[in-house]
Ligand binder design. Structure first.
Ligand code: TXA
Ligand code: MG
Length: 353
């Protein structure tokens, strides 16, 4: 891994060098134990060889990630997945056939081949086959499964552009593959199929309405660990997560009155409006979001990064409608808005880790 202060190499895919060259170089970094950030169809991931515990430990160091938060293992084909689990039930076959490659992570009992550091010592492993051609080519060329969380510092907003990755991790990782902005914008759905009925651990682009016709009813997971210090069912369930530096507040309906009120108290305010551009000048940095769920998701993290970059100290977000199509977006907004104290209770990690 690079020492802090040294810069991370950025390679543009589709730039001057041939694509095969770029992918091969990145694959070599992975097989030599290095860290490579790469685009997926959801967000940028921070990858290491999943079978190399030393390399995987570097992911935790680079991100400041608590050791009890497990990583997703990324594979290049459906056929590659069963080698990393001890049971591959028919439900997994049906879901992988329907949704892979794509933004669905399946949690299953882990095989002994998967190092404990990947699963945070837990008995299950999350596996997904990403759809982005750069991610797919990288995993294929490396010839190993790739453990990859989102390429941000722990508990912060996930990166959807290469500049977001560099802002958080420049000098801490070896290489970034620049594949432009990611299309999806929100992390994969995490579904625990090691239990019956299956449990939705993190809502995402693949919705319960799409999953249930294939494997039957899916239940929403509980939000908190069963006992203090116990491994988390899914740390994506932590209340505060995906958070910008500024305080984020969700409002139902128009955020104009709240924004004006905060501006009047001397705050530097960001206003994330839902569709309708504000009428008057409220004295806030304003971003108008799309009103269609996929387009909103694709824009959300970039909007939060932009507002953080302008050093606002309070962000007012107008909530999208409370409807199934908005489940994943509302989940991320709710977590970004949770007070720091909740996070301090949930994680033995300092703020701004
Ligand atoms: O879209 C995505 O999933 C991105 C891209 C890079 O693939 N990855 C991602 O990884 O979002 P990460 O680590 O930021 O989030 C993975 C979530 C975490 O909430 C983690 O706790 C949960 O999945 N998870 C991973 N393995 C698990 C397991 N064995 N059991 C329960 N939850 C698990
Ligand atoms: Mg993450």
């Amino acid at each position: 891994m690079k020492r802090a202060g040294r810069r991370t190499t950025v390679l543009k895919v589709g730039g001057d060098r041939s694509e095969v060259d770029v992918i091969d170089r990145a694959a070599q970094v992975l097989t030599c134990g290095g860290l490579v950030a790469f685009p997926t169809e959801t967000v940028y991931g921070l990858g290491a060889n999943a079978l190399d515990p030393t390399a995987v430990r570097r992911i935790f160091e680079a991100k400041g990630r608590p050791a009890r938060n497990p990583l997703i293992v990324h594979v290049a084909s459906v056929a590659a997945a069963p080698a990393f689990v001890s049971e591959w039930p028919p439900e997994a076959t049906a879901l992988a056939e329907r949704f892979w490659p794509g933004p669905l992570t399946l949690v299953l009992p882990k095989a002994d081949t998967v190092p404990d550091v990947v699963t945070a010592g837990g008995p299950t492993v999350g596996i997904r086959m990403p759809a982005h051609p750069i991610a797919a080519a990288l995993i294929e060329a490396a010839g190993v499964p790739v453990a990859a969380p989102s390429a941000n510092r722990s508990s912060r907003v996930s990166p959807t552009r290469v500049e977001h990755v560099l802002k958080a991790l420049d000098g801490r990782i070896d290489l970034v593959l620049d594949g432009g902005p990611t299309a999806g914008g929100i992390e994969s759905t995490v579904l625990d199929v090691s239990v019956r009925p299956a449990r939705l651990l993190r809502p995402g682009p693949v919705t319960p309405a799409q999953i249930e016709p294939i494997i039957g009813a899916v239940v929403r997971a509980a939000e908190t660990p069963t006992s203090p210090g116990a491994p988390l069912g899914s740390p994506g369930l932590l209340k505060r997560h995906y958070a910008p530096r500024a305080r984020l507040e969700c409002v139902t309906g128009s955020g104009e009155a709240r924004t004006r009120e905060l501006v009047q108290t001397g705050r530097r305010v960001g206003w994330v409006a839902f569709g309708r551009p504000p009428c008057g000048e409220a004295g806030a940095t304003t971003i108008v979001m799309p009103t269609q769920p996929d387009a909103y998701a694709a824009r959300l993290y970039a909007a939060l990064h932009e507002l953080d970059d302008t050093h606002v100290d309070w962000i007012v977000v107008e909530l999208p409608p409370d409807e199934p199509a908005w489940l994943a977006v509302r989940d991320r907004l709710r977590r970004a808005a949770a007070p720091d104290t909740q996070r301090a209770n949930d994680l033995d990690a300092p703020e701004h880790t």
